[in-house]
Design a protein around this ligand. Structure first.
Ligand code: ADP
Length: 403
């Protein structure tokens, strides 16, 4: 009998789908790809099979009207590589779902009931959940017999104590509108905190870790003994660290000040804080490589943007140090965290009294492997731990359907 050891991971955005096909016997990636500009004339599919004779990047540009058209095109590409979605070796589809509210603290096999619940969460995740729902519907239509699993970005954070999750606003209003801190990037925080424990040769239950997920979106979390006790994103991914295009923490009064004084609408302010703020708002660039290049040329705006980014990061390291009481490791991950040595160096500079330091030579090493960058004498390990959200989704999906 053929074993169904393959898992297709789908990450559906409003106009894009990212996908990976993995074989869970050895966690090997069989194919990866991306469809972008769905719904436009210039939709583009980039497909890269990673095994067999067809290995190598393929690209097709053709109008794909909706997610169904996009997934059908993906299915054709996979079939051309002998990896078709009708293969008995495909055991499940794992979907990234951004908002699981309080209800979903674990990966969940998708039923009609689960779909209704994800739909009920649309008001608190208007940008993300509708796209995730479309992706799930399309995949279910394509292979109705196959288990489809939702892996929620918020799930890892449902362990936060009530005093960390609640805002100090009127409880009746907050509860009526489900306003509380949910946190995001949970799949990455879960994966990276576990990998950091492994790097230290310990069980996750034995270690306290501050995880700094610094991508275009960025968030920090405090993880005690494998459970999240605080995280920097809140009701939406806007709160917390300075990000590529998001402001992170601002006084909530900024919002109604802009409404009253600048005459801006809620949508305009949403756009300002989510898309035109953060690094891009401060200096015009959101790519840390470009910002570092400009700093090297003496650009003052880029320098100030970098300093604001680092100052906020340092405040969160300090805050989560205090929340955890004892910290075994600080782990940097995602695009900036994994690649930008100057960010790591600046974030822990001056924190020697807290047991935190970075060794310049170790920090300069480039590698895809989890590694320590703190000197031997440091009491707290500082680590670079590459994240792998797709692998985590595939593993959680596979474990659930084979439980
Ligand atoms: P996303 O949140 O979109 O998943 P990523 O985790 O892929 O983001 O991070 C993307 C960001 O990583 C880029 O915007 C850039 O700022 C940063 N980055 C990527 N490579 C490097 C590098 N070599 N040096 C510095 N920053 C980098």
């Amino acid at each position: 009998m053929t074993q169904s050891t393959r898992v297709l991971v789908l990450n559906s955005g409003s106009s894009s789908v990212k996908y990976q096909l993995l074989d869970m016997r050895d966690s090997a990636r069989l194919a990866v790809g991306l469809v972008e500009r769905i719904g436009e004339e210039t939709s583009r599919l980039v497909h890269t099979p990673l095994t067999g004779e067809g290995a190598g990047r393929r690209e097709r540009t053709a109008p794909m009207a909706d997610h169904a058209a996009a997934l059908n095109a993906v299915a054709e590409e996979l079939a051309a590589d002998g990896l078709g979605l009708d293969s008995p070796e495909l055991g499940a589809v794992g979907h990234r779902v951004v908002h699981g509210g309080l209800k979903f603290s674990e990966p969940t096999v998708i039923t009609d009931e689960v779909m209704k619940e994800i739909e009920r969460l649309v008001p608190v995740a208007p940008l993300h959940n509708p796209a995730n729902i479309t992706g799930i519907r399309t995949a279910r239509a394509l292979r109705p017999d196959l288990p489809q699993v939702a892996v929620f970005d918020t799930a890892f954070h449902t362990s936060m104590p009530e005093y960390a999750a609640r805002y100090a606003i009127d409880t009746v209003t907050a509860d009526a509108h489900r306003i509380r801190r949910y946190g995001f990037h949970g799949t990455s925080h879960a994966y990276v905190s576990r990998r950091t424990a492994a790097l230290l040769g310990k069980d996750p239950s034995e270690v306290n870790v501050i995880v700094l997920h610094l991508g275009n979106g960025a968030s920090a979390s405090a993880v005690r003994g494998g459970r999240c006790v605080d995280t920097s994103m809140g009701l939406t991914p806007l709160e917390g660290l300075v990000m590529g295009t998001r402001s992170g923490d601002v006084d909530a009064a900024v919002t109604f000040h802009l409404m009253r004084v600048a005459g801006m609408s809620a949508d305009e302010i949403d756009d300002l804080l989510n898309k035109k703020s953060g690094l891009v708002g401060l200096c015009g660039d959101n790519d840390m490589r470009e910002i570092r290049r400009r700093i090297d040329e003496g650009d003052q705006r880029a320098q100030l943007a970098f300093d604001i980014y680092i100052h906020r990061l340092k405040k969160y390291i300090g805050a989560y140090y205090a929340v955890l009481g004892r910290v075994d490791a600080v782990a940097f991950t995602a695009g900036v965290g994994e690649n930008a040595a100057p960010v790591r160096e600046a974030a822990v500079a001056g924190l020697e009294e807290l047991g935190l330091a970075v060794d310049a030579d170790l920090n300069a090493v480039r590698s895809d492997e989890p590694r320590l960058i703190s000197p031997e004498y440091a009491c707290v390990a500082v680590a670079v731990v590459p994240t792998d959200e797709e692998l985590e989704i595939a593993q959680q999906t596979y474990s659930l359907v084979n439980a």
